[in-house]
Design a protein around this ligand. Structure first.
Ligand SMILES: C[S@@+](CC[C@H](N)C(=O)[O-])C[C@H]1O[C@@H](n2cnc3c(N)ncnc32)[C@H](O)[C@@H]1O
Length: 200
């Protein structure tokens, strides 16, 4: 990976942290397209009412909306929202500037899509993320996407241990899919899994 530029903001809990990185085009977490597992999942699924929290460039939103899904992507960084809207074509109005912890969807969700959002936040915030996921989904609702496993203390990305993820989600979710990922980008290679968790 290229060396990290000298940024003014060091707090990933603030939108300014992410704004600065989008503004300076330092986005090593970006896949630059839609992953194979998500393509397979969308192709095999009925249309789902979906929320993509912390969407960044939100490339997956177009795939979902083109497939007839009622998908909304949110990000609290104005720079991320501007970038995502510029890429989304006819679906630009499905991208909202909003804080995940305060955002209330207009209708019940079938799916929350996870991709480099949990690992973007400091570890102390994880129980709040898991609580909000559980609140956003009714029984049978799905939490699907990529989960990053690593023990390095510094981040983002902040990896999680498998046992910790299980403990975080176990009260409200059961894991129904857990697969290796064949098309990871370097930042996540060998350390991420495609997972689907069902709300109990
Ligand atoms: C590592 S990036 C991942 C972006 C995208 N999901 C991807 O895979 O390319 C994390 C994103 O989460 C956003 N974010 C962080 N905290 C947030 C919050 N509380 N509410 C909404 N977005 C948030 C950041 O602005 C940033 O765009």
């Amino acid at each position: 990976m290229a060396s990290v530029p000298d940024f003014a903001s060091r707090d990933p809990l603030s939108p300014q942290f992410w704004d600065e990185r989008f503004e300076r085009d330092f986005t090593p977490w970006e896949r630059g397209g839609v992953s194979a597992a998500l393509r397979r999942f969308v192709a095999a699924s009925r249309p789902l009412i979906t929320l993509v929290p912390g969407c960044g460039s939100a490339r997956e939103l177009t795939l979902m909306c083109d497939a007839g899904w009622d998908a909304t992507a949110i990000d609290f960084s104005p720079e991320a929202v501007a970038r995502a809207r510029a890429l989304a074509g006819p679906w630009a109005d499905r991208i909202l500037q909003a804080d995940f912890f305060a955002y209330a969807p207009e209708q019940p969700l079938d799916l929350v899509y996870e991709q480099a959002f949990l690992c973007a936040l400091p570890r102390a915030r994880r129980p709040d993320v898991a609580r909000r996921w559980a609140e956003l989904l009714g029984q049978g609702g799905l939490l699907a996407g990529y989960f990053y496993f690593d023990a390095a203390p510094k981040g983002p990305p902040f990896g999680i241990a498998r046992e910790e993820l299980d403990a975080l989600l176990a009260p409200a979710f059961e894991c129904i899919v857990d697969e290796a990922v064949e098309d990871s980008i370097p930042v996540f290679a060998g350390k991420e899994r495609w997972m689907i968790w069902r709300r109990l």
